[in-house]
Design a protein around this ligand. Sequence first.
Ligand SMILES: Cc1ncc(COP(=O)(O)O)c(C=O)c1O
Length: 365
Amino acid sequence: MSQFDPPLRDDLAGLTPYGAPQLDVEVRLNVNENPFPPSAELARDIAASVERAVASLNRYPDRDFLRLREDLSEYLAGESGVRLAPEQIWAANGSNEVMDHVMAAFGGPGRCALTFPPTYSMYPQYSRESFTSLVEVPRDEDFRINLPAALAAIDEHRPTLVLVASPNNPSGTAVPIGELIELARAAADAGAVLVVDEAYAEFRHSGTPSALTLLADHPNVIVTRTMSKAFAMAGARVGYAAAAPSLIDALAIVRLPYHLSAITQAVASTALAHARELQQGLDVLRIERDRLVVALRERALQVPDSDANFALFGVFDDRHAIWRALLDRGVLIRETGPEGWLRVTVGTPEENARFVAALDEVLQP
Ligand SMILES: Cc1ncc(COP(=O)(O)O)c(C=O)c1O
């Protein structure tokens, strides 16, 4: 067969696909998944709802996923105390796709987005794919946003998007609500949308308000969430956003037709009906997270406060050697974040114990 040189875009030449290694090891604590699989009852209900959806798979799905919007709105009211109309909710295949829509609608050539690294490693890719330039305002050493620098950068660069993960990945740190309000105001003055990526919101310590509380007074704010983490549905690929109806209407313009399959809609709505059961697993994970942070600090490691289901820890002269030695002991974590740091996802109590025991072996002098 003759060779074909694909006409790849010049800006993609030499790049490799994004993704953490998917290795088959016993203890997988590398991509911030929820370690608890669906209950037998939830699995049964999902199977039944999929069977019902299959009966009309010859038809396109509800393009506007009205039932799912209602179910998400109901869930958010219970979770955050903020009641939103279904017209204020958007959903897509993972919050990754929600962000794709956000970038397509509000970014684009000649426009810029502002982010605060170290942060979620997909933000540069979102920008690249939407031809939006990216301005990075580094966080302070303690992973807090440098607010004066952030406000000055918004004023100087006039972005159309300001992207803030809270709790932040990979640091786990939550951005105080007062700082989010200042960012929302500065963004509004610049004509920008503030996106608060709350992928890990359900793990926040109690008493920490969600950015959803900003929506009533700040019509330029979008809060994104996902069912991949707290909801233990990473395999279903469901993410969503909450915002003023005018912002949601803009997202609808750029989505591909029928982007959310009938199966996805059925699975998501059924899982949402079981939201209460999740609470038990969440409580366990939050306690385990706090324990893990203490255990790491007891080993003289630095760990920022975490409001997420993972902890960043360091600092190592050779983090790759630590990562590799843990993998050799059947524990997969993530080599990510600033040089010298590693990130571990909170697993089941047994998995966390395995991780700590392996780490003790690796750190032995
Ligand atoms: C901060 C942050 N936002 C969004 C996502 C994407 O989640 P989803 O599975 O909904 O695409 C992740 C996943 O790791 C994340 O860490």
